[in-house]
Design a protein around this ligand. Sequence first.
Ligand code: SF4
Length: 185
Amino acid sequence: MADYDNVPVLTTRREDAMGFFAEKISKGLGWARKYSLFTYPYATACCGMEFMSLSSARHDIARFGAEFPRFSPRQADMLMVIGTINLKQAPILKRVYEQMCEPKWVVAFGVCASSGGFYDNYAVLQGIDRIIPVDVYIPGCPPRPEQVLDGLRLLQDKIGNQTHRIGHGGSAPHDLVAGTYGLRK
Ligand code: SF4
């Protein structure tokens, strides 16, 4: 440890004031972003039925500010991966993720997306976190809509507590985990 590591950090009143306003702006942006999520539903299998249930009147994801499905990745900031992802689809999923604008978040919906589920074989990706970063994992085969809403609330808490800045993506750049399956650039 160097000597200067023990020296207390001195800030000027101007820096204090700027830090105060930056924190308020960050909180405001976090609050706005967490209640205006535009979902890209990447649905491939049976979990898609649960997504339909989640979006319809009984469970009504609109109550949580995440009701807009967008079918262009450039208009979405929350990627919901819903169902089994096989190795042929993995590069497509990765490209969809890369086409989304920052800041963006990823939800693994069900055990197939989270870990490959019971498809422990050569054709299925054993969890989407092998190719893209995941913010929230939702267990279940399929998960109940209440579980998905619980996962959404977790994600919203996470977004609210992140640092957001004007004119910047908001969260730290994601470090893609793409070492397997030849998907690293
Ligand atoms: S988790 Fe279960 S319900 Fe969902 S896609 Fe996999 S097998 Fe189907």
